[in-house]
Design a protein around this ligand. Structure first.
Ligand code: SAM
Length: 282
């Protein structure tokens, strides 16, 4: 980074800045530059962000903006953004992802303040990429609730989504959550991604029962992303196939009916043709 550029002030506005989730080397160049050039940093915990700033050799005003921030705190910050460049960070990772900032961004946008984002580390995405679970469709659902009924409901809606589900989890609750997943989705592939980007990074996969047994015997430590793979798409049962073939046979020859059903179900066309002949002569 050009030292001259690094210290030029930024345009007033809100800068959403992602920070490392463990390994400080993951700070992006834009994040470091923005923290160097902003007028102040809105953060969850001034001690945590103070350490990051010290690591970067920076000293800036730090303004507390956490889960307890109210309308007045927000209004004060939004007013400041009219004249100052305010960086928003959370303790770790991407602000707003299971972290404060959603209302601040809404209010800033509503007030006509320029808002920009500096993407970077996010535990959910890091866990997904490490897990090896299908990632073409995924559902991020934040922290799994602690209460049994709410947890069951959250897992139930994850079970219905045709996607890998990603949850944030804490070490003391992990085994209970895995047991709850086992009751609902015993066949799913599960991944427990722990301490991502840190010295003891680990990603363990298996069924929920296997992982519950492992972590009951070896209690997990540190920060955790819990991922639930999608259910296998059910192959159409024999009954469905007969139904589909019979329906197709009403307006098509056996070869055409077999081709149609093969296309719809992915099943073998020759076998379907043989079954279509059987059905027609039954
Ligand atoms: N905003 C953050 C992000 O972008 O990932 C998440 C903040 S949320 C309050 C904190 C949770 O994220 C932790 O309880 C854990 O579930 C997950 N997490 C954060 N850092 C992690 C890491 N290094 N390894 C695994 N999980 C992590």
């Amino acid at each position: 980074m050009d030292a001259g550029v690094a210290h030029q002030p930024l345009q007033p506005g809100l800068y959403i800045v992602a920070t490392p989730i463990g390994n400080l080397g993951d700070i992006t160049m834009r994040a470091a530059e923005t923290l160097a050039r902003c007028d102040g940093v809105a953060c969850e915990d001034t001690r945590v962000t103070g350490k990051l700033m010290k690591h970067l050799g920076l000293s800036k005003p730090l303004w507390r903006y956490d889960d307890h921030a109210g309308e007045k705190d927000r209004a004060r910050l939004v007013a400041a953004m009219q004249e100052k460049a305010v960086a928003l960070v959370s303790d770790a990772g991407t602000p707003l992802v299971s972290d404060p900032g959603y209302r601040l961004v809404r209010d800033a946008r509503a007030a006509g303040v320029p808002v920009t984002t500096l993407p970077g580390p996010c535990a959910a995405i890091a866990g997904l990429t490490l897990s090896g679970l299908p990632n073409d469709r995924f559902l991020f659902a934040g922290f799994l609730p602690n209460k049994d009924k709410a947890r069951r409901e959250a897992l139930d809606s994850a079970a219905k989504a045709d996607a890998t589900a990603i949850f944030y989890e804490t070490a003391p609750r992990l085994v209970k959550s895995l047991e709850a997943i086992d009751r609902l989705m015993p066949d799913r592939e599960i991944a427990v991604a722990r301490e991502l980007t840190k010295l003891h990074e680990e990603c363990r996969t298996g069924t929920a029962a296997e992982l519950a047994a492992h972590f009951a015997a070896h209690p997990a430590k540190g920060e955790i992303v819990l991922l639930v793979g999608p259910g296998a798409s059910e192959p159409a049962g024999e009954h469905d196939i007969d139904g589909l073939l019979s329906e197709a046979l009403q307006s098509a020859k056996p070869s055409q009916a077999a081709a149609q059903v093969a296309k719809a179900t992915g099943q073998d066309r020759k076998a379907l043709y043989a079954r279509a002949l059987e059905l027609r002569s039954a």
